[in-house]
Design a protein around this ligand. Structure first.
Ligand code: SF4
Length: 323
């Protein structure tokens, strides 16, 4: 995940919550991708705090440094080295076909090369660890296909080295719309709320949520199944209460403000243990730093092994050169 500070609701539902469960079945590697984040601009002075805030979010929601490797991308330099080497087997046409490249490049008069090459660095992030599987949202499936292509091409040219990593798609989540009910949840669009937000802040955000557009007056019957507020209840409110809301909305017995208040309370309650753990970690920056340094050491041990093999196969090994 890119470091843009504290994780938000969309990050939680789409990534962090399923990642926590994956730890039961896989040896997981969780990376904070600061080198990807530089392609989005932002001021260098903001990066360190954004990285730490995301690390705190990771730990607060239950990514467990005892069971998983948690680290920062730029602390393991093999990521950028492998990305450069993958340029040798990555056709520009494939990169230009990526939907995200087409979308993002529209915002630039002169397109930075990093926007085009972004999926090559993603491929390196994944293949450096010879990952069997990677959890991705639907919007990242195309980039994972490219990763698989890069692995195939590399293997064909230099010999069998990388697996064709499988996509783990969490079908239970689906597309999570922001509180505006239109776009995917995103901090930059301001249509979400922080996972570690306090009760007042959650309510400030949730009260702005867009509801059923046909329910104009309090006395109008609502349609919960077209209302994004009701969809969000599905992730945070218990079934009994949801069934009650569904029925009361359809008969105009409950108003949208009360319905949003219930959602706000459900979100606040669900995230309460995370806020407590975040308070713990924020008061112990040394502990967070040591998690990230230990994670980088463990990640580097795997990465170095892969790179020795890659350099050897590509004729770039200095020891072989002098044999
Ligand atoms: Fe949506 Fe709730 Fe209003 Fe019904 S009562 S339209 S579910 S916000």
């Amino acid at each position: 995940m890119q470091p843009s500070g504290e994780a938000h609701l969309g990050n939680y539902l789409g990534a962090l919550r399923p990642w926590v469960s994956l730890q039961d079945d896989y040896d997981c590697v969780f990376c904070i991708v600061d080198q990807h984040a530089i392609t989005a601009g932002g001021h260098p002075s903001e990066m360190p705090a954004n990285v730490i805030d995301l690390a705190v979010s990771y730990l607060a929601v239950g990514l467990d440094p005892e069971r998983s490797i948690i680290f920062v991308q730029s602390d393991v330099q093999e990521h950028t080295e492998l990305a450069w080497l993958f340029n040798a087997v990555s056709p520009v046409g494939d990169l230009e076909r990526m939907t995200q490249f087409k979308d993002k490049s529209q915002h630039f008069e002169s397109i930075p090369a990093g926007i085009l090459n972004y999926p090559i660095l993603q491929a390196a992030d994944i293949l450096l660890y010879k990952a069997d599987a990677v959890p991705v949202g639907e919007d990242q499936r195309q980039h994972l296909e490219l990763t698989r292509d890069i692995a195939r091409k590399f293997n064909a040219v230099y010999g069998e080295t990388f697996p064709e990593t499988e996509a783990l798609i969490d079908k239970g989540v689906g597309r999570i719309l922001g509180l505006d009910g239109k776009a995917k949840m995103s901090k930059s669009l301001g249509n979400t709320v922080g996972v570690l937000a306090e009760q007042d802040e959650v309510w400030e955000r949730v009260r702005t949520a867009v509801t059923d557009p046909q329910r104009i007056k309090r006395s109008d019957a609502g349609r919960p199944h077209v209302c994004n507020v009701f969809t969000l209840h599905g992730h945070f409110t218990d079934e009994v209460k949801r069934t009650e809301i569904e029925s009361e909305c359809s008969t105009a017995e409950i108003g949208c403000v009360d319905c949003k208040k219930t959602l706000s309370d459900s979100i606040t309650d669900s995230f309460s243990p995370y806020r407590e753990r975040a308070t713990y970690y924020r008061s112990r920056p040394d502990e967070v730093r040591s998690v990230l340094l230990d994670g980088a050491t463990r990640a580097r041990a795997i990465a170095e092994k892969t790179m020795i093999e890659v350099r050897d196969k590509m004729g770039l090994d200095w020891q072989v050169r002098f044999d």
